[in-house]
Ligand binder design. Structure first.
Ligand code: NIG
Ligand code: FE
Length: 414
């Protein structure tokens, strides 16, 4: 049992049940200045203003003076490819010399390069590397994460990735959601018979993944040169028939109608959205699908940033995630995402915090227990260094400025 006192500002305090914050409302970040917060049995027990604090209510609690510090929910990273076999910095060097991400993929690099390496590794090797990466991210403030398959591209290797995610879930004490992304790219041997691979995903992979209960979500890379809108729709329908809800990679390089299709299939989220047209905005407006922006991917690939302001002005719920993967985003650092969201996407710090906590939790369907400072919610939270204002966190970029991360009420030892 712990009680934090004299918290300079306690952020994202929700007393009314709130599952998602839509567009224009995102500029409001509920908070209590000069606050206290207590933790018991791995949950947030209570919080309030120091004006109403009764020390006698907390006999037997460890008391931590948080003067000068902000306390906020741990970051929720709703889009990662955390399980992978190896880094791809050779491709990074090629890009520095002038090749594009797409050109590298066309030469057999990219996702296919990762798939080949993953097929050569054992489940234990993959698990050990992913476990170590995940510990690193938790130290940087990540308190819940979604992880995708998609570097297997055949039944056995996809199941191997999903079993690694399952093992992470059993051994790492943060919420972890698992997404089946067999439709990430066409494997080499299906290059000239793409619809056969789609059929294989639908007839063989999805039923197997679902019967082994290895994923909650289904994802497709809907993009020119990858999966068409029609193929995406077939895969999403098959997923839905097996209880897998949609989270879709879409509009990364081209607007081809994938957002409208995803919304039609009641996608929980559509992710990337670097290139958006009016039809896409119109499809999202009024829907319950969350728009997930991945600014570290834009930074690394030097592609446009998701127009978050336009999305928010249309009252669309925006979330922010890392997209951590070895090809397009070799960083799982949410603190850097925070800086990019403010610097490059012109999100206000308050909007970005909503996008990285409550809305990100909504994009993983866990916002009833995670992503806010609410009574009974998981005690996964961040205590910052002494800072003068929230804006200091994204402003002084490249560092988290976190002094402690708590998971289930326990301080994480870095
Ligand atoms: O989200 N866009 C598709 N997939 C990943 C990148 C995969 C890779 O390059 O390995 C992404 O950016
Ligand atoms: Fe991704």
């Amino acid at each position: 049992m712990i009680v934090f006192t004299h918290i300079k500002s306690l952020l994202q305090t929700r007393t009314e049940p709130t599952l998602v914050v839509k567009g224009r409302a995102m500029k409001i970040l509920p908070h209590i200045n000069n606050a206290w917060m207590s933790v018991r049995d791995e949950k947030i027990e209570g919080f309030g203003s120091m004006d109403d604090f009764q020390p006698s209510d907390f006999d037997g609690y460890e008391v931590i003076d948080a003067s000068g510090r902000f306390v906020l929910p741990a970051w929720v990273d709703s889009h990662t490819h955390l399980v992978f076999a190896d880094w791809r910095n050779q491709e990074f060097e090629d890009r520095i010399k002038g090749l594009t991400y797409q050109e590298i993929a066309e030469r057999g690099g990219g996702i296919l390069n990762s798939a080949q390496k993953l097929n050569e590794q054992t489940e234990d090797q993959l698990y050990d590397a992913a476990f170590a990466r995940l510990q690193g991210l938790i130290n940087k403030g990540t308190g819940a994460i979604e992880i995708k398959s998609g570097y297997g591209l055949n039944l056995e290797a996809e199941l191997k990735m999903l079993r690694v995610i399952k093992r992470l879930r059993e051994n790492v004490p943060i919420p972890i959601k698992s997404t089946f992304l067999g439709a990430h790219a066409f494997p080499e041997d299906f290059k000239h018979r793409q619809d056969e691979y789609v059929n294989h995903i639908i007839e063989v992979m999805i039923p197997e993944v679902a019967s082994q209960k290895l994923a909650e979500y289904i994802d497709v890379f809907c993009e020119e040169g990858y999966f068409s809108v029609a193929q995406t729709e077939r895969i999403l329908s098959a997923g839905a028939a097996h209880g897998l809800k949609a989270k879709v990679h879409v509009n990364q390089f081209n607007a081809i109608g994938g957002i409208e299709a995803s919304v039609k299939h009641k996608a929980i989220s559509v992710d990337h959205l670097e290139v958006l047209d009016d039809r896409d905005i119109h499809a999202l407006k009024g829907s319950s699908t969350i728009a997930v922006a991945l600014p570290s991917c834009s930074f690394f690939l030097e592609i446009p940033y998701t127009p978050a302001r336009a999305l928010m002005e249309n009252d669309i719920a925006v979330a922010l995630a890392t997209d951590f993967n070895p090809g397009s985003t070799p960083s799982g650092n949410m603190n850097f995402v925070f800086s990019l969201a403010c610097i490059k996407m012109k999100m206000r710090p308050e909007e970005a915090v909503n996008a990285m906590t409550i809305n990100a939790a909504a994009a993983m369907e866990i916002s009833d227990r995670c992503g806010a400072i609410s009574t009974g919610y998981l005690a996964n939270f961040i205590v910052t260094e002494r800072i003068n204002a929230l804006s200091f966190l994204p402003y002084a970029f490249g560092e988290g400025h976190l002094s402690a991360v708590y998971i289930n009420g326990k301080k994480v030892e870095a």
